[in-house]
Design a protein around this ligand. Structure first.
Ligand code: 5AD
Length: 348
């Protein structure tokens, strides 16, 4: 039988092909679905262990020169109140991330010309010198030279999602982008020695399970290190504002199958999942995910980084809640009671 053959391949560490992956994404048999989730949970444990890695994200600008049809901060959305943080404001936020014990800070923004590469280079150098933290950048498409300058300045991780590997769908969603160029950017990042982050959105218009199987194979074949998988959520003022929300259970299934196929990678339990349902973040941790990204954007700007509607504020308290409920420890270096004096510390 199909499933038993696939299961055998999983257990014996053999690679799955596209039709195997499609089967795992499609099956509606309860027993098979449970087996997929427990295999993913086991592989997560064997490859990256039990600790839930926590990182702090600072969304430092919502100006964007691009106009992706799903995104709430696209350039044509006139309802967005635009902000671009100063270096001093960013440093203050970075120091508060460090104070919570986190080792990695994620700097994310739209493609903002105010934050050109020379300015970003100075910021990265300053964060390295003042805090010694690891830096993840999520600032979109740049030239190879620019990626190299940022790498030399001390950034070690880069998140640039492919969003979908269906070329026609990619083209329809991204009026300002070219699929082959996005691929090229990701290859440059890899060549330059960044830990390479990608990911997709589940529930895009016309997206099929076969497309998603292709996404998972792409992550595997490209040697992607960090894979962010989130449900589509409509964003007010975007061209897809009336398109239905992506399915949570399918998103969890994609997390599980990605863990099974890609094995030793970072998979966040995404903010998009948390925004739809508080317990979806717990379920993702039990389906193969192993990291959580906190939102450390200053309060006064958070509402304006509305890449989709009702974006949840994932803070240390909600991350600790999700980790505890999933029966998984936070790393011992997390010191969140220091900044949340009202809460009891659940970590050693
Ligand atoms: N729904 C879900 N995810 C979205 N993103 C942007 N807009 C949406 C949306 N409407 C995701 C993209 C991007 C990441 C920062 O946020 O995958 O890479």
């Amino acid at each position: 039988e199909d499933f038993l053959r696939i299961l055998e391949r999983i257990e014996s560490g053999q690679e799955l092909d596209r039709s195997d992956i499609l089967y795992l994404l499609s099956t509606q048999r309860e027993k098979e679905i449970n087996t997929i989730f427990s295999a993913a949970d086991r592989i997560r444990k064997e490859t990256v262990g039990d600790a839930v890695e926590i990182r702090g994200a600072i969304e430092f600008s919502n100006y964007c020169r691009k106009d992706c049809s799903y995104c709430g901060i696209g350039s044509s959305n006139k309802c967005v109140k635009r902000y671009s943080m100063s270096e001093e404001e960013i440093m203050e936020a970075v120091h508060s991330v460090k104070a919570m014990g986190m080792k990695t800070v994620i700097l994310q923004s739209g493609e903002d010309s105010r934050w050109d590469t020379p300015r970003l280079v100075r910021l990265v150098e300053r964060i390295r010198n003042e805090t010694g933290m690891k830096i993840t950048l999520s600032v979109g498409e740049k030239s190879r030279e620019e990626y190299e300058q940022l790498r030399n300045a001390g950034a070690v991780n880069f998140l640039l999602k492919i969003e979908t590997t269906n070329r026609d769908l990619f083209a329809r969603l991204h009026p300002d982008d070219d699929y082959d160029h996005r691929l090229q950017c990701s290859l440059w990042l890899k060549e330059l020695g960044y830990l390479n982050g990608s990911g997709n959105i589940i529930g895009l218009p016309g997206q099929t399970l076969d497309d998603i199987a292709g996404d998972i194979l792409y992550f595997k074949e490209m040697g992607i290190n960090m894979i962010g998988i989130g449900p589509f959520i409509p964003a007010e003022g975007s061209r897809l504002e009336n398109h239905p929300t992506g399915d949570i259970d399918l998103t969890l299934r994609v997390v599980a199958v990605t863990r099974i196929v890609c094995k030793r990678v970072y998979i966040p339990s995404t903010t998009a999942l948390a925004s739809l349902d508080k317990d979806a973040q717990v379920k993702a941790l039990q389906a193969g995910a192993n990291t959580i990204m906190l939102i450390n954007t200053p309060e006064r700007y958070r509402k304006s980084y509305n890449i989709y509607n009702n974006k949840n504020m994932v803070d240390m308290a909600s991350a600790a809640y999700a980790a505890e409920k999933a029966g998984r420890p936070l790393p011992s270096y997390i010191v969140w009671q220091a900044v949340n004096p009202g809460h009891e510390c659940i970590v050693g």
